[in-house]
Design a protein. Structure first.
Length: 165
């Protein structure tokens, strides 16, 4: 191999490693492997931070602006068909509907939120009993970055859920 080709190959390899973010790489690795029973797609990884993979740094190709999972009051059963309304600081509003896994997401190509985002309202089968988050989202619009675990704790408010009659 010529010295020029070796230099070009070395430069390309250095560029690949220079673009790596070890904190992001660790966040993605911490998610663990995919559930083999659930195909990759809109219903995979419920309750996990969607933007870890679907954010600016990938590795998923589809980029989300906002994403999360909504559960029913038992904190386990997905809240399918719930409407999530998201408002940003510029007065922009977007809605998404949860799928069979309780997952919802808004594509970045459809909504580029101006932070902070607040409020977020979720309406399920009982329109008279919405869940509204009044605290703001300052930068990470991946709901499970804050809403993790099976219940409320000192480090998390727990999963997002709807009370059902």
């Amino acid at each position: 191999m010529s010295a020029r080709r070796m230099l070009l190959a070395g430069t390309a390899l250095a560029a690949v490693f220079a673009c790596s973010d070890p904190v992001h790489d660790a966040e993605v690795a911490a998610l663990g492997p995919e559930d083999p029973a659930t195909p990759t797609g809109p219903t995979h990884r419920p309750g996990q931070p969607c933007l870890a993979c679907h954010g600016d740094l990938g590795p998923a190709r589809t980029r989300f602006a906002v994403g999360g999972t909504i559960y029913q009051g038992d904190l386990v059963t997905p809240a399918s068909g719930a409407t999530v309304t998201i408002n940003d600081a510029a007065g922009n509003q977007v809605q998404a509907t949860t799928n069979d896994a309780g997952n919802f997401y808004v594509l970045y190509s459809d909504f580029q939120p101006v932070f902070p985002i607040t409020p977020i309202t979720v309406v399920g089968s009982d329109p008279n009993n919405p869940a509204t988050m009044i605290t703001h989202i300052g930068r990470d619009a991946s709901c499970a970055s804050c809403h993790f675990g099976s219940e409320s704790s000192a480090s998390s408010p727990g999963p997002i859920y709807l009370l059902t009659p």
